[in-house]
Design a protein around this ligand. Structure first.
Ligand code: NAD
Length: 350
């Protein structure tokens, strides 16, 4: 009997990966045919963005240093107005998943090309997924319109990302790879990217802790982020991401750190329903018990694994479970109230 079935949409982006490649940004923008570029970033990346504006010269239509975590609807409205006002034909987004989320929200509604210059390991640049937070709820959607046309991966831009943020962001990438592994009917190329990404990220995490400014480690980390992003872009998200979004959107928890805290618990929750994924995760960790291996990894890396330390409390468990049960998702194991309560209570304590 045939056991493989999948439907896939290959991303058509141009991807350039090389230390120092962003010095060629003007030539790459010309190659893309963009002439009026709006430079988007978060307020703290303003100085770095100014450097890109200098490199782009007359191609710059304006700057929008207003991106914020979880893409608040107010920033999307401002960005749409600025896109219209400047008649931009492309948005160059410098930053992590939050800044790119703003760019994607604009690209969903306007005819602009997206250029992504990632400075974290979130991997959003390789996906057609975007999300906007409105009235305390982060709603996500998928659209081919929001896939960047050009991605410039320059590991040198990530050396300033502080170690805790780097590890948190790598955990986000790890979560993409893990969820791709248990996605039903995943394209085999996505599975290869997920496996390779998983190994690359697990290998580089201790190296990054030992030497956070090592450009070799930063290259490995960004490569892992790219692979995990490719895997996510061709599959989808289940309990791990839906729970992380819920805890971020409704309870204000930081996205990347939340991924690290819940990952061992979600992997344990899905263990029986996704044996192949569990075997692959355990193999990459070099252990027999994947959830225990993930927990030990976090301890070795000095990562905060208690949701309680991130702003969540046992008192919120029932409200969170109610919301989870109302969230449509594809997950290998059915959502069960008692087991989800146990998962969250366990994650509160680490
Ligand atoms: P982020 O974009 O919120 O950035 C975190 C912080 O790091 C910000 O303050 C930013 O200014 C700072 N920063 C970024 N790069 C830096 C650098 N090189 N040096 C120093 N500081 C730097 O965090 P993130 O983890 O990149 O992204 C998380 C968000 O992305 C979440 O909202 C998540 O939902 C979303 N995301 C979306 C997808 C997708 O496919 N749509 C995929 C992954 C993540």
């Amino acid at each position: 009997m045939l056991t493989h079935a999948f439907t896939t949409e290959r991303a058509g982006a141009r991807v350039v990966f090389a230390t120092g490649c962003t010095s060629r940004v003007a030539a790459e923008v010309d190659r893309l045919g963009a002439t009026r570029v709006l430079v988007v970033c978060s307020p703290r990346r303003g100085r770095q963005a100014a450097h890109f504006s200098d490199l782009l010269g007359a191609r710059v239509a304006g700057a929008l240093p207003i991106a914020a975590e979880h893409v608040p609807i107010a920033t999307v409205k401002l960005a749409l107005e600025e896109t219209d006002r400047t008649r931009a034909d492309a948005l160059l987004v410098l930053g992590g998943g939050s800044a790119l989320g703003l760019g994607k929200a604009v690209a969903a509604e306007r005819d602009v090309k997206l250029i992504a210059v990632p400075t974290t390991y979130a991997g959003s640049e390789m996906t057609d997924i975007y999300g906007v937070t409105d009235g305390g709820e982060k709603r996500t959607a998928r659209s081919a319109r929001v896939r960047p046309s050009l991605v410039l991966y320059d590991p040198a831009l990530t050396t300033a990302l502080p170690l805790p943020a780097s590890l948190g962001s790598l955990y986000n990438a790890l979560a993409h790879a893990v969820e791709a592994l248990w996605w039903p009917e995943a394209d085999p190329i996505a599975l290869l990217a997920a496996e390779h990404g998983l190994r690359t990220i697990l290998d580089v995490m201790p190296a990054l802790v030992a030497e956070p400014t090592s450009i070799v480690a930063r290259e490995q980390a960004l490569l892992g982020a790219y692979l995990a992003g490719v895997a996510l872009g061709e599959t989808g998200t289940g309990l791990q991401h839906k729970l992380a979004h819920l805890l971020g959107g409704s309870f204000g928890l930081p996205h990347a750190a939340t991924h690290a805290a819940i990952l061992p618990h979600v992997v344990r929750y899905n263990a029986q329903a996704a044996p192949d994924a569990l075997r692959c995760i355990a193999k990459a960790l070099g252990v027999t018990d994947a959830p225990a291996g993930l927990q030990a990894l976090a301890q070795r890396l000095g990562i905060e694994t208690r949701l309680s330390a991130l702003g969540f409390s046992l008192a919120y468990v029932d409200a969170a479970v109610d919301k989870l049960l109302a969230t449509p998702m594809q997950n290998p194991r059915k959502l069960e109230r008692a087991a989800l309560r146990a998962l969250l209570a366990g994650a509160c304590g680490g």
